[in-house]
Each structure stands twice: as structure tokens, then as C-alpha cells.
Design a protein around this ligand. Structure first.
Ligand code: NAD
Ligand code: UGA
Length: 474
């Protein structure tokens, strides 16, 4: 059997669904691509004429949307019709950690996967390839198949539609902030499945712009498990280097020099060795927790404990940064103003899910600090939601701590005792320390948890500096 793919749709118009489908539409002009969501506002934003209003900020995405939207790329809430017309359907819905019930705090919550699979079961017609794009626990394809086939057993529907489903696993490896480049030039594309023709149909789409040698075909379970494993390994590297940053501060070694020295060993490699306030983002923590849950489920408790260590170091790094700030500011931050520069979990994204800034800011506010938060892409509304606290109108004193939204770096730094860098935004590399120092309260501290600032320049202005993983700041 041979599939002809003319029309695809994607359920979920989020950080993965939006950019991934935009690139497919851009590279495959003969395929009509529709991105679906139940969130009406999100679809309105994807269709907004003002491209700075797109729900996802990703360098280069606006240009693709401009080229393709309304041509062969559409954003819609018309789930029923689009599913019924699609030859191939991507599932790109959220799979966060469960917050209640069995496995709460570890297992992935698959209720969105189940709901969207049921939508497919109800509306799909004829032969349909269903592609898992979301990150899923190994063996989820089995569940998807059961749901789709159960609907097929419904005799009335079977006669009506003559449905047949083929399930593929095609995990996404893009990183936010570099999504477009990652999608256009991936290290590899992974397609897991049982039906060779269905696998080939998806591979053919990617072959429009990706070297076939980079398209890896596996069985379903290897594909699902490879995605969780890749994220666990990447997160493990960050926890490893962060653990060593603490040791550097005690011993006189310098984390930058250590990272460079070990990264030049080809067997280790130089990527993912940047120390920081701990990994954030919507995936690393949830995917490792999920791996831990799966290991425990299969009785592999030692393996679960091993991966738990990665999560523990990540929390340790955030906690110790809060302790350093308090210690340097004479043991208390109560009613002191502190500038927070950067709130997103990494640069070049407006995403704040699991951002280390959330925990660090909350802890400082609980200690009574008055924070002034600046981020080039994160809105005041988003920070209010994340901190569960409204921004004050002006920099008022509150014994319970408070925070104020700032629109420039200078605005954030006025009158503060400390400036804390929490995201590696490019603009923090060229801060005018002379100007900031004039307006801050003395002694002024710079806490650079990302090692992005020109700290020599800050020191020249008499600013006291703490740099992550450097013993000279102790
Ligand atoms: P997201 O929350 O940004 O987007 C998910 C979207 O799905 C939301 O807009 C939601 O409204 C929509 N949705 C949920 N149920 C629906 C339904 N029944 N019908 C229609 N729409 C529905 O999530 P994301 O960051 O895009 O992640 C999606 C998946 O991709 C997750 O499994 C994640 O682990 C994985 N992933 C994410 C990244 C990343 O960088 N964010 C990278 C690789 C893989
Ligand atoms: C990560 C993976 O890199 C992607 O391959 C994967 O597809 C994605 O998760 C996912 O499954 O969601 P992402 O979370 O978007 O992508 O961003 P990363 O670049 O991996 O950064 C994650 C966190 O680690 C950030 O907080 C970042 O600042 C931190 N990090 C990263 C470091 O602290 N040091 C580093 O050297 C690299």
C-alpha cells in the first residue's frame, strides 16, 4: 500500500505544533497544513496580522508565518472538519506531570493525548496516519491504538467510514529559542512504527529538506524511549556541570576553564556544559520524572534513584543561589530592592515554564525582598501568573515582599542593592555598568548566575561581583 499525503493537520498549536508545522508547510508547498487547537485565543493570536503578537516567540518564525499563512498553512479551531479531511494527523498536545491521582508528581498526564485521540477516533475518515509528536512514556502508542481501534469496532461507524489507522512515533528534538534552525537542520529525525509504508510516507515529507541518511527508522518503543532518554542525558550534563560549579567556588578552580578543558575531549564534547541556575523549560524535569516513574513501575528502583539525583542537583543549584544572594546582602534581603534581569527559562523564548527564575524570585519575595523584574520578551501578566502575585504599581515596601515590572534594565536597577542575572539574554552582555552604578544603592552587588556579563567592566565601576563557579567572588 502507498499513501499519498496531501493534507495534514496537527492537534495542538503550542511551542512544538506551531513552529513544526510552519516549517513543514514552508518546505512542502504541495501539502496543505492546518494547526488546530481548542484554545480559541491562541488560534486568534496565530492568525493575528501583527506578527509580534504570535503566541510563540521564536527567532525566524514570523518570516515563515508571513510566507505561508493563508497559502498552505492555516490555524483553526475547526477540529472536526480538519480531522475528517486529513491524510496524516500529528498529536502535539501538552503532556505535563500529573498533579493528582496515581503517579502524581512523576507520571505524565496523558488526558490531553487521550482526548485528542478520541477526537481522531470520532472524526477521521478512511486511511489515516496518526503521528505522536508529543513526548510520551514508552508504550503509549499501544493506548492510542486501543482507543482508535475500539472506535473502529463500532459497527455503524466502521461501515460509514471504513477507517484504518497507522500509528507512528516521531518525537520532536527542537529546543526553544533555536526551534527554526533545529527544524530546518536537525541532527536526526526519528520515525518509529510498525507499517513500512506509513513510515515511508512521513519520511518522504522530511526528505523535502533533510538528508535521508539523517532519517532514522526504528520500532515504536525505541522511538518513544529515545526521546525521554535524550532529554534525560542532556539534563544530566547540566546537573553534572552545575554540581562542579559549587566545587569550583570552594577550591579556586574556575568553572569556565573546567568546562572548556573537559569539553575539548571529543568523547565529552563542548555542548551543554554551560553552568547556570539549573535547567528549566517544560520538558527536562517532567521527562526525567516520567522516566523515574516508569523505572519504578518496572521495579527498577536503583535506576529510578539514579535519575532522581539529576533533579535533586537542579533544585540544589537554585536554592544555593538564593542563599548566596542573602548572605552577600548582609544576611537579609527584607525590604531591600533587588533587580532581576531575565525571567524566561533561557534566552530567545517567551516561555517561562519551570524557569529557575520562578523559584528564585518566590524565595526572595518570601524573605521580604522588593524585586524589580525585567525580561525582554516575558509580559507582566505572565510573571504575575507564575509568581501568583500582582506587580506593585510602584516600588512600595511590604514586609511580605513584593515585585514590580520593569521595562528597561536601567529602570530595574534604580535604587537596588543587588542585580541578579537569571537568563542568558544577549543584551546582558553589554550592560552599561557605569550608568547602573550611578543609580544603585552602595555597596552594589552583581550576581551573575549565567556567566554572561562583562564582570571586569562591572568591577571597574566598583560593583561587587559574584560569578557562578568562580572562587574569586567568595
Ligand atoms: P504547549 O502547551 O505549548 O501546546 C500544547 C497545545 O495543545 C496547547 O495549545 C493546548 O491548548 C492544545 N491542546 C491540548 N489538548 C487539545 C485538544 N484535545 N485539541 C486541540 N488542542 C489541544 O506544549 P508544547 O510545548 O508545544 O509541547 C507539546 C508536546 O511536545 C509535549 O509533549 C512536550 O513534551 C513535547 N516537546 C516540547 C518541546 C518544547 O520545546 N516545548 C520540544 C520537544 C517536545
Ligand atoms: C530541550 C532539549 O534541548 C530539546 O532537544 C528537546 O526537544 C526539548 O528540551 C524538549 O523536549 O522540550 P529546551 O528545554 O527548549 O530543549 O531548551 P534547552 O536549550 O535544552 O535548555 C533547557 C534548560 O537548560 C534551560 O534552562 C537552559 O538555560 C539550560 N542549559 C542548557 C544550561 O543551563 N546549560 C547548558 O549548557 C544548556
Amino acid at each position: 500500500m502507498k499513501f499519498e499525503i496531501k493534507r495534514i493537520c496537527c492537534i495542538g498549536a503550542g511551542y512544538v505544533g506551531g513552529p513544526t508545522m510552519a516549517v513543514i508547510a514552508d518546505k512542502c508547498p504541495s501539502i496543505r497544513v492546518t494547526v488546530l487547537d481548542i484554545n480559541n485565543q491562541k488560534i486568534l493570536d496565530w492568525n493575528d496580522n501583527d506578527l509580534s503578537n504570535l503566541p510563540v516567540y521564536e527567532p525566524g518564525l514570523d518570516k515563515i508565518i508571513k510566507r505561508c499563512r493563508g497559502v498552505n498553512l492555516f490555524f483553526s479551531t475547526n477540529i472536526k472538519e480538519e480531522i475528517s479531511l486529513a491524510d496524516m494527523i500529528f498529536l502535539s498536545v501538552n503532556t505535563p506531570t500529573k498533579t493528582k491521582g496515581i503517579g502524581a508528581g512523576q507520571a505524565s498526564d496523558l488526558k490531553w493525548i487521550e482526548a485528542s485521540t478520541r477526537q481522531i477516533a470520532s472524526y477521521a475518515k478512511g486511511q489515516t496516519i496518526v503521528v505522536e509528536k508529543s513526548t510520551l512514556p514508552v508504550r503509549t502508542a499501544e493506548t492510542i491504538k486501543l482507543i482508535l481501534e475500539a472506535q473502529n469496532d463500532d459497527n455503524n461507524k466502521k461501515e460509514e467510514n471504513n477507517n484504518q489507522f497507522y500509528i507512528l512515533s516521531n518525537p520532536e528534538f527542537l529546543a526553544e529559542g533555536t526551534a527554526i534552525n533545529d527544524l530546518e537542520n536537525p541532527d536526526r529525525v526519528l520515525i518509529g512504527g510498525e507499517n513500512e509504508s506509513a513510515i515511508s510516507a512521513l519520511a518522504k515529507i522530511y526528505e523535502n529538506w533533510i538528508d535521508p541518511k539523517k532519517i532514522l527508522r526504528t520500532n515504536l518503543w525505541s522511538s518513544e524511549l529515545s526521546k525521554l532518554t535524550a532529554n534525560a542525558f542532556l539534563a544530566q550534563r547540566i546537573s553534572s556541570i552545575n554540581s562542579i560549579s559549587g566545587l569550583c567556588e570552594k577550591t579556586g578552580a574556575d568553572i569556565g576553564e573546567v568546562s572548556k578543558a573537559i569539553g575539548m575531549d571529543r568523547r565529552i564534547g563542548s555542548e551543554f556544559l554551560k553552568p547556570g541556575p539549573g535547567f528549566g523549560g517544560s520538558c527536562f524535569k517532567k521527562d526525567i520524572l516520567n522516566l523515574i516513574y516508569i523505572c519504578n513501575y518496572y521495579g527498577l528502583h536503583e535506576v529510578a534513584e539514579y535519575w532522581e539525583g539529576v533533579i535533586k542537583i537542579n533544585s540544589w543549584q537554585q536554592n544555593r543561589i538564593v542563599r548566596v544572594i542573602i548572605n552577600k546582602l548582609f544576611g537579609t534581603v527584607a525590604e531591600k530592592s533587588i533587580a532581576i534581569l531575565g525571567f524566561s527559562f533561557k534566552s530567545n523564548t517567551n516561555d517561562t515554564r519551570e524557569s529557575p527564575a520562578i523559584k528564585i524570585c518566590n524565595d526572595l519575595i518570601n524573605e521580604g525582598a522588593k524585586l524589580k523584574i525585567y525580561d525582554p520578551k516575558v509580559s507582566k501578566k505572565k510573571i504575575e501568573l507564575d509568581l501568583n502575585l500582582k506587580s506593585t504599581v510602584e516600588n512600595i515596601c511590604s514586609p511580605n515582599g513584593s515585585w514590580l515590572y520593569s521595562t528597561t534594565i536601567l529602570d530595574a536597577a534604580k535604587g537596588v542593592d543587588g542585580i541578579v542575572i537569571l537568563t542568558d539574554w544577549n543584551e546582558f552582555k553589554n550592560i552599561n555598568w557605569n550608568e547602573l552604578y550611578k543609580y544603585s544603592r552602595k555597596p552594589t552587588w552583581l550576581f551573575d548566575s549565567r556567566n554572561v556579563c562583562d564582570t571586569d567592566k562591572a568591577k571597574e565601576e566598583n560593583i561587587k561581583v559574584w560569578e557562578l563557579g568562580s572562587s574569586s567572588s567568595e
